[in-house]
Design a binder for this molecule. Structure first.
Ligand SMILES: CC(C)(COP(=O)(O)OP(=O)(O)OC[C@H]1O[C@@H](n2cnc3c(N)ncnc32)[C@H](O)[C@@H]1OP(=O)(O)O)[C@@H](O)C(=O)NCCC(=O)NCCS
Length: 249
């Protein structure tokens, strides 16, 4: 249990939680804005019910949990996973994943110790959703309405995706509609391919008919993920990113 001053420091630090430059992802800040938003939201939300994973695509038009993913309807064995709203249900596994990311040198701005406390974790997870609905982010580029979803299997956190519902000039050059990553220990098992397939369905239900995906030319894995989901290479952006357009479905 954190003592009072440590908790205060911890919560203050949450204000700056971002996913930063996530590997090859753009500056994807998942939480910004006053801490009071997080705390207020936490106070009014119902108690967490284990197993009752919530759907961030709550506009009413989106499918609820996306069920078992497959490799985007392509050949190959099905990959077990589904997209959920950030949830305490995968708390322990998320912290394990964070250690893996840190060993890889990414997501360093997320401090594991500060997310060990379940109340803090829940407030942070709720804040991710609220920021998405409000289009808030500490990085200007990311201030568009968006959804953050986690790719999970049972209680295991596997990866995450951010779906931007609109684009600005910066996202057109770097970031596009959809960004994702998979925890290091779960890579090369088809998860990203399946995750993107499901994310495209969610994007479609949220009104994105054709999704822009950008990636670094040297990111072979991500290029394959996009291509296997029907992405069509259009050009190279001013930021040097390959720009793929992908029909949602
Ligand atoms: C890119 C990333 C999401 C891929 O995740 P993944 O779950 O390993 O991807 P998949 O298992 O679905 O593999 C997709 C394809 O890439 C290939 N691949 C995966 N990792 C690879 C690597 N390191 N080098 C070359 N090819 C690779 C797979 O063999 C597969 O190819 P296939 O379709 O021909 O069979 C993951 O490496 C990651 O999180 N990287 C850091 C963040 C990032 O780059 N995000 C993308 C931003 S654009």
């Amino acid at each position: 249990m954190l003592d009072a001053s440590r908790r205060a420091n911890s919560l203050t630090a949450l204000k700056s939680f971002t996913w930063g430059t996530v590997g090859h992802l753009p500056c994807v800040n998942l939480l910004s804005g006053p801490l009071s938003i997080i705390l207020f939201h936490h106070r009014i939300r119902p108690r967490h019910t284990p197993g009752a994973q919530r759907v961030i695509a709550s506009s009413g038009s989106a499918r609820p949990e996306t069920g078992t993913g497959t490799t985007g309807g392509l050949s190959g064995p099905p990959v077990a996973g589904r997209l959920i709203a950030p949830s305490l249900d995968v708390h322990a596994s998320f912290l394990d994943a964070l250690s893996e990311y840190h060993e890889e040198g990414i997501h360093l701005d997320l401090v594991s110790e500060e997310l060990v406390d379940t109340t803090t974790f829940q407030a942070w997870a709720d804040g991710l959703q609220l920021a998405g609905v409000r289009g808030e982010a500490s990085c200007e580029r990311d201030r568009v309405p968006h959804r953050v979803l986690w790719w999970v299997h049972n209680d295991q956190y596997i990866g995450r995706v951010r779906i931007n519902l609109t684009l600005n000039e910066s996202l057109l050059a770097f970031g596009g509609h959809i960004g994702y990553d998979v925890r290091p220990s779960a890579r090369r098992q088809g998860h990203a391919t399946a995750l993107l397939g499901e994310a495209l369905r969610v994007a479609h239900n949220l009104g994105v008919a054709t999704a822009l995906l950008t990636c670094a030319p040297e990111n072979t894995a991500s290029r394959r993920v996009i291509e296997r989901n029907g992405g069509s290479l259009r050009d190279v952006s001013s930021a040097g990113r390959l720009r793929y357009w992908c029909l949602t479905r």
